[in-house]
Design a protein around this ligand. Structure first.
Ligand code: ATP
Ligand code: MG
Length: 364
């Protein structure tokens, strides 16, 4: 692979983002292992590279007149918030004799994002019991002072796209200016995470853009070369991170293709399918996860509500045993339909069409 060390850790970050996770393991000992699965953070190479860049920002900014800021962008469910949470868990706040030390200050940008709500969110992150109190100027000055007093070395703000007004798609310039002032006054590096559309905020504000020259895309995994080995490596780590054995090899080429189709390479969907299968196994009192349980988990948890009637035994389900055969037939039909058209109509020769269809199939 790429030679980086990969390992799993369990952190205090036990965010529950799906309905099945809301059980109480104390009351439901049968599902205790599901609670374990929820807490595991898989440290895969791509995530470790992102964490290293965040750490670089912190180190390079020490004593600098202008801090090194960074923007992390990615589609929903690729793991941006987990990067923030994991970095935070590695640099927890500490109560010392001298006071509270908060090396990393993290907050979620509120909706609507206003200067005042931003100041409140950051003051709350520092533990200010009166975070919501006071006029904007007073809160902002209090924030600057607390950032210094608490020894903050890096600020992470999640959901940067909230700097765009949803109603009219306009960048909220006053909040963007407030953020620029925060960086200038405190001299602390800021890491922003958000959806790809949040680039627009930087495009609209040159002073802010200049401070965020470091930008990182956290993409979904790819099935095409050269991304496939990395995807399969992640699947192996995912399988290892689960609290139950599995009857199948997640990272096997054929199984990996099924996972890819089911998730479009997004970490959120992959973990959801796997954890759902753990839940099903525990419910059935089984010791091992089966392919059928993955099919059930996909049908129950990833299909849109109206499609959930499509049972695990539907051949359209990527984990169904006959799924690959059905896919091949469908693509062969597409290829032959296009290939039967004269070259002038499709713009491609028969050979090119066959190659394109095969490529589509391989890429999934
Ligand atoms: N490294 C990881 N290890 C284990 N689970 C992970 C990891 N990364 C992401 N997940 C899981 O995937 C899901 C989506 O991750 P996360 O919330 O971080 O994505 P996101 O990019 O912030 O999504 P959104 O844009 O919707 O906020 C979460 O349930 C999270 O627990
Ligand atoms: Mg998020």
């Amino acid at each position: 692979m790429d030679g980086e060390s990969v390992q799993m850790t369990t952190t205090q970050n036990d965010r529950h983002d799906d309905g099945a996770a809301s059980f109480d393991p104390v009351l439901n000992p049968k599902f205790e292992k599901y609670g374990e699965a929820n807490k595991v953070v898989i440290e895969y190479p791509r995530m470790m590279r992102a964490l290293k860049k965040v750490e670089d920002c912190r180190q390079m900014s020490k004593g600098a007149r202008e801090p090194e800021c960074m923007l992390i962008i990615g589609q929903p469910g690729v793991g941006k918030t987990t990067i923030k949470d994991h970095y935070l868990s590695q640099h927890p706040r500490q109560e010392t004799k001298a006071g509270t030390h908060v090396p990393v200050l993290a907050a979620t940008i509120p909706v609507p994002a206003k200067m005042s709500t931003m100041a409140t969110a950051l003051l709350a992150g520092l533990g200010d019991p009166l975070a919501a109190h006071g006029a904007l100027d007073a809160k902002t000055l209090r924030l600057y002072k607390l950032v210094k007093d608490c020894g903050v070395e890096l600020i992470i703000l999640d959901e940067f796209q909230h700097f765009i007004d949803r109603d009219n798609d306009r960048v909220l310039r006053s909040v963007a200016d407030w953020l620029k002032n925060l960086i200038t006054e405190t001299k602390k590096p800021v890491v922003l995470t958000g959806l790809p559309c949040c680039r627009k905020v930087l495009e609209a504000n040159e002073q802010l853009r200049r401070r965020f020259s470091c930008q990182l895309n956290v993409n979904a995994f790819s099935w095409r070369a050269p991304g496939r080995p990395e995807f399969r490596k992640f699947l192996a780590l995912l399988q290892r991170s689960l609290p139950l054995e599995s009857a199948i090899d997640f990272s096997d080429e054929e199984m990996a293709k099924r996972f890819y189709h089911a998730s479009h390479g997004r970490v959120g969907a992959l973990t959801k399918i796997a954890k759902g299968a753990v839940f099903i196994a525990l419910e059935k009192g089984e010791k091992r996860i089966s392919q059928e349980m993955l099919a059930q988990s996909f049908a129950d948890r990833l299909l849109p509500q109206e499609d959930r009637g499509r049972r695990k035994d539907d051949p359209d389900n990527p984990f169904h045993a006959g799924w690959e055969h059905v896919q091949k037939q469908a693509f062969a039909a597409i290829a032959s339909k296009h290939a039967s058209k004269p070259k002038a109509a499709s713009g491609r020769s028969k050979k090119q069409v066959r190659q394109a269809a095969a490529e589509v199939f391989r890429a999934g």
